[in-house]
Every structure is written in structure tokens, then in C-alpha cells.
Design a protein around this ligand. Structure first.
Ligand code: GLU
Length: 308
């Protein structure tokens, strides 16, 4: 693999900046609408300990859907892979992230995959704990553990806005509760789900989390947190479903396992030894970081990182 340099990452950011203007920050809540759409940052972390970064990589932003792969890992820890797959499938939909349509039209009414909102809410309902607070604390601490950082917190303002605007997610949860796909009452699953979306991270945190998946579920000190099988399952599901209904195009044009969120983050996990975190809140029509994808295109091409 060609070595990285900060200068080259700066060049990628410079080249991709023009795409920021073409994107739109998420506007469904004020805290996201206020984000600066010119921001763009990248952080590359290697198993060797080398780190490279450029642009606005120190900015904090909400994880949103980037939380989904990690909640899936925690649910698999709590129930085992098979039990989790009774509540959620592993097939991409080609529909929008918050689509309701397939829940009703599919034979089983089972959510298609854990990266769309329906599947993610079903998975969140499986995180064990006596109370909602305990479930969220476990989840937050799990994310801190994997990101190897204690400086990861809930943004209360974002959480309250998610609560205030989350009726579509409520409709998904109520439907699934009726069909028997939630392990806890829908109200409780939703509260944890809205909170997980509101956890704030940086591009560096996402790079560390990507590296964890790339290494197969092991922290940098060698501690195993999840099994290789679980880490592989999550890498594969993000490779096929990680960028909403742009996942096929991302696979064809970029070609690495990655998970995006409407906060502007993209987390990438490249086996065996690389994690990449992107922050760029200007989104394309599918809800993915427009300029962030452009940074990844250059980086993956120059370093020959495409997995296919
Ligand atoms: N919090 C939002 C929702 O659940 C967006 C999640 C995302 O796709 O990043 O609808």
C-alpha cells in the first residue's frame, strides 16, 4: 500500500471542497441545520499507530445512523447472532432509510436489515438492561470502549429535537411492535434509538471505530470485544447497506465497507488494518456526505483500497 501523508489528505480536502456547496445540511432539526456546510474533514488511522488527518477533523457531530453497526454488535453480544437475525434480515432494500413501505409489503413483515431505521430500532430494542437509562448507558459505554475515548457524550439538544420530530420512527416502531419484532415496548426502544442518534463524535472517533471493525473486533491493546464472526458480519452488512439507498453506487464507485449518518459522518473499516473517519455535513439527496464521498473516492483510488 502506498504510504499516506497529511499533505496528500489536505489535497483531497481541497479538491472535494467544491462539492460542499452542492450539498445541503440536514434540516429536520435546528441543531443539524445550523452546521457549517463548508466543513470537511478526514482522519485515517492505521494499525501501526500512524495517524493522518486534514480539514475539520476535530469538529464534533452527532453519530446518527453511524451508531447502527455498533448497536447491532451490542445486541449480538446480548442475544447471539441467530436470535438477533430472527428480528431483522440482512438484505438491502433500495428504499429510503426511514421508509415504511416494505414492513407491510414483505411476506414476513420483518425489517429488511439493521442499517435502515426499522431494522435499527428492532436491534436497539434488543439491548439488554432493566431501565431505558441502563440500556443507553451500556450502549454509550460500548461506543466509548470501541472508540477508545471517554470524551463521547449525548448532545441533549439534538436528543430533544429527535424526540420532537421522530413521528416517522414512531410509526415504524409501533408497526413492528404489533408484528412482534421488538424485544421491549416501542416507546422504550425509541427513547434509546433517539439517544443513540444524538451521541457526538469526531472523525477521529469514527476512524478508531472503523479500525476496530477492520481488525476483527479487537481494541488497540489486543483486547477482544466481539468475535471475528460478529465483526465480519457487521463489515459485510455495512458494505451492502451502509449508505442508505446509495449503497450499490458507493460499492461500485468507491468500494469499501462504510456507514454514513445524516450528521455528516462516514465511518470506514478496511480489513485488516485501517479505519477512516469523515465529517462533511453537506449531504446529497440520499442523506450521505457529498464532499465526504468525493474525498473517499480519491483516497481509495490512490491507495488501491477497493475491496472488490
Ligand atoms: N435520526 C434520524 C432518524 O432516525 C436520522 C438517522 C440517520 O439516518 O442518520 O430518522
Amino acid at each position: 500500500m502506498r504510504p499516506f501523508t497529511d499533505t496528500e489528505l489536505k489535497e483531497y480536502i481541497k479538491n472535494a471542497k467544491k462539492y460542499c456547496a452542492k450539498g445541503k445540511v440536514a434540516t429536520y432539526i435546528p441543531a443539524l441545520a445550523r452546521k457549517n456546510k463548508k466543513d470537511l474533514g478526514v482522519f485515517v488511522m492505521l494499525e501501526s499507530g500512524e495517524e493522518y488527518a486534514a480539514g475539520d477533523y476535530k469538529e464534533k457531530f452527532s453519530m446518527q445512523s453511524v451508531s447502527k453497526p455498533f448497536v447491532l454488535l451490542l445486541a449480538m453480544q446480548d442475544w447471539g447472532i441467530e436470535k438477533v437475525l430472527e428480528k431483522v434480515g440482512l438484505e438491502s432494500t433500495g428504499d429510503g432509510f426511514n421508509s415504511v413501505v416494505r414492513l407491510e409489503t414483505a411476506d414476513t413483515h420483518k425489517p429488511f436489515n439493521p442499517m435502515i431505521n426499522a431494522g435499527a430500532i428492532a436491534v436497539t430494542s434488543m439491548v439488554k438492561g432493566k431501565t431505558v437509562d441502563e440500556r443507553f448507558e451500556r450502549l454509550l459505554n460500548f461506543i466509548r470502549l470501541i472508540a477508545e475515548s471517554e470524551d463521547i457524550h449525548l448532545n441533549q439538544e439534538i436528543y430533544e429535537s429527535e424526540l420532537a420530530t421522530g413521528n416517522r420512527n414512531r410509526s415504524l416502531a409501533y408497526f413492528m411492535e404489533g408484528e412482534g419484532f421488538l424485544a421491549t415496548p416501542s416507546q422504550e426502544a425509541l427513547e434509546v434509538y433517539f439517544k443513540q442518534c444524538s451521541i457526538e463524535v469526531t472523525a477521529k472517533n469514527l476512524a478508531q471505530m472503523g479500525l476496530f471493525l477492520a481488525r476483527g473486533g479487537v481494541l488497540s491493546d489486543g483486547t477482544r470485544v466481539v468475535s471475528e464472526e460478529e465483526a465480519r458480519l457487521v463489515r459485510s452488512i455495512i458494505a451492502s447497506c451502509g449508505l442508505y439507498d446509495e449503497s450499490g453506487e458507493f460499492a461500485a464507485k468507491v468500494g469499501i465497507p462504510a456507514k454514513s449518518g445524516v450528521g455528516g459522518g462516514i465511518m470506514c473499516a478496511i480489513k485488516p488494518d485501517m479505519g477512516i473517519g469523515i465529517y462533511g455535513p453537506a449531504l446529497n439527496a440520499k442523506g450521505n456526505s457529498l464532499a465526504g464521498i468525493e474525498v473517499l473516492k480519491q483516497l481509495v483510488k490512490d491507495h488501491d483500497l477497493c475491496i472488490y
